[in-house]
Every structure is written in C-alpha cells, then in structure tokens.
Design a protein around this ligand. Structure first.
Ligand SMILES: [Fe+2]
Ligand SMILES: [Fe+2]
Length: 158
C-alpha cells in the first residue's frame, strides 16, 4: 500500500480534499471527505473479494481514495466531478508509479463511478461501493434526500 499512502501524503491530494471540505462545511447531505473515501475503499475491496475481481487491494483503495478528488470543481463550476476527479488524479497516479493497465482501471473507475454498469473491471463495483458505504440510517437529512424520496428504508449491507 506504499504508493497509495504516498498519494494520501501528497500536498496536491491534501489540497484538493481541503477544497472539498471547505465547500461542504454547511452541506446537510453526504459529504466527500476522508471518512467517505476510507468507507468507500473498504466496501469496494469487500466487493472485489466477493466478485473475485482481478484487482489488487492497493488498486481498489487508490480508485476509492481518488474517486471524488474533484468534487469541489462541481461546486465551483457545475462540471461533472467524476470527469474532473479523473483528470486531477492522473497526475498523482503518474507521480506515484501507477501505469499501464492498472492506471487505466483506476481512471475508468473514477470516471464511471456515477453511472451504473460503466466500462472497466472495477467501475461497477466502485459505483456500488460509493452508495453502499454511506451510513444512511444515521442521517439527519434522510427525509430530504433524493435516494429515499419514494419511501425506501435505509439498511446496512456492508
Ligand atoms: Fe462522487
Ligand atoms: Fe463518493
């Protein structure tokens, strides 16, 4: 997990996370800080094991830690954050030794994390982990959340 930890310590990663945290200070719905990234990474790796995906733990965790890197861009410009996150992540992946197929798998998972069934071996698991990792049963804003607008019940699965 050496390369992932180097990314998490990288000032560029920290700065992007800080921007998102700052813009979400007053947000009543799900936030996209470090807690979310850790939760999403752990659920994603459970799915990797369950689905027997040929992806290493470090690959999966790196995708999860980077999937919302550009969340702040969406607040500032309205641009889709999946696309922005993939673009911002590329530089971190290059600098910390992710290349070839592994880099491609991670970028596809970041780019497709908001779309069910998007291309890439890790992408659909990333989409599912993003949602499954949210502790919705503990949320004060659930009555206003569009995920629960048709009377769905919040349940824990992972
Ligand atoms: Fe996202
Ligand atoms: Fe997310």
């Amino acid at each position: 997990m050496e390369r992932l930890n180097a990314i998490i310590r990288d000032p560029f990663f920290i700065e992007n996370l800080r921007k998102t945290n700052e813009r979400e200070k007053e947000r009543i719905f799900c936030r996209h800080g470090l807690d979310h990234l850790i939760d999403a990474a752990r659920v994603l790796y459970i799915l990797v094991l369950e689905d027997r995906l040929e992806v290493s733990r470090e690959t999966a965790y790196t995708a999860a830690f980077l999937h919302d890197l550009g969340r702040w861009v969406e607040y500032d410009t309205g641009r889709d954050h999946a696309e922005a996150s993939a673009e911002l992540s590329e530089r971190l992946l290059d600098e910390h030794g992710f290349k070839g197929t592994e880099k491609e798998i991670i970028l596809l998972a970041i780019r497709g994390h908001r779309v069910k069934g998007a291309v890439g071996i890790l992408t659909d698991a990333m989409y599912r982990a993003d949602k499954l990792s949210r502790p919705c049963m503990n949320c004060l804003s659930i009555s206003m959340c569009k995920r629960f607008s048709h009377g769905e019940t919040a349940e824990i699965e992972y």
